[in-house]
Design a protein around this ligand. Sequence first.
Ligand SMILES: Cc1cc2nc3c(=O)[nH]c(=O)nc-3n(C[C@H](O)[C@H](O)[C@H](O)COP(=O)(O)OP(=O)(O)OC[C@H]3O[C@@H](n4cnc5c(N)ncnc54)[C@H](O)[C@@H]3O)c2cc1C
Length: 343
Amino acid sequence: MRNRLKTDCLVIGASYAGSILAAKLAKNAETLLIDKSQPGQLMNCGGGLPEKTFKKLELDIPFVRTDKITMNIKGLVRSFPAKYVVIDRRDLNLALYEKAVAAGAKFAKMSYIEHSSETNVAKFALKTETVEVEYKKLIFADGFHPSRIRIPQRVTKRLKCGAAKVLIIEGETPYPDTLYFKITKDNPTGYSWVFPMPEKRLNIGVGGFHSGTVPESLIDNLKESENLKGKTIIRGGGVLPLSPIKKVQDHDTYLFGNAAGMVYALNGEGLKHIFDISEKWATSIIADDNLNFKWKFSSTYFKLNFASMGLKGMLSFGKLLNRPLYPLACRAAAKSRNIIHMD
Ligand SMILES: Cc1cc2nc3c(=O)[nH]c(=O)nc-3n(C[C@H](O)[C@H](O)[C@H](O)COP(=O)(O)OP(=O)(O)OC[C@H]3O[C@@H](n4cnc5c(N)ncnc54)[C@H](O)[C@@H]3O)c2cc1C
């Protein structure tokens, strides 16, 4: 590879967000997609997404359809209708990456080092070499990095984040046709889940709103209490941004996906929201529109911000009362969604 490249749009991160955006940008501009890993290897997801979103993605990958969400809140079981599908996140990322390449995006496996907004040049590490890329637009879709502030004006204070651990294991779900969530005493400001997957596999995991990592004991407790004994196929995890970034554009530099905090704080769902706003991102970048303004007045921003403020309020008020309010809120949410008593 040459040590100096040139492109119109430079997208860093070829996971879910980056690949969706690159496919859209490539239709109108020369697009270079970069990731430090080969796309399709990242396991940072429960793999649950609304059936509507999945259909709009138009992908031919294995999936399991579920038609309700079941919540076990400290032993009280509630269920309500919700049409979702569960996929293997690696299949999802790979299929979206292939779509981006089919749309004309070029891919390079390199690691971001730094960029200069003055010269519009970004530097990447490729084995022992440094590669420079001259760009017109630079998009960070490289996930959530709370400790890295790459656009000086973009973050006024550090984002709080949660964390989640996920495993795919062999076995059949004890809870067919449903996304099963459990809220227990050992993790009162978080949740665990058991989702059915294609090919007699399960996606199980634990997420929490406390920063840092999820203790392994919570995964062990979930397995034991649900009698899940299957062999582990792959494990992974990641952070959950808990509030949307207010400033997502700084001149020619943009944030997208987890990098912009596009996760619904109350349940850790990001895939739907990232897809919903992706068209706005692509058209605004191409048309040179003010994305900060469009973002702030979008329904996605409103929903994410609302969830974030709700969660923050609940966590601090709970602290004040010395009582976790998250399980109560989940119960209220389940009730308000026209619940059917299951037990
Ligand atoms: C355990 C867990 C379970 C989840 N379950 C669900 C779920 O069931 N449903 C749902 O809707 N959402 C879920 N989410 C949220 C969802 O996973 C995120 O919203 C989504 O992954 C965000 O995608 P992204 O492309 O923005 O970032 P990421 O998927 O984090 O991708 C970032 C990419 O950037 C690359 N990268 C990072 N640094 C560099 C660098 N220096 N140079 C080059 N490349 C770099 C990485 O290799 C990676 O490919 C879950 C999150 C976690 C952690």
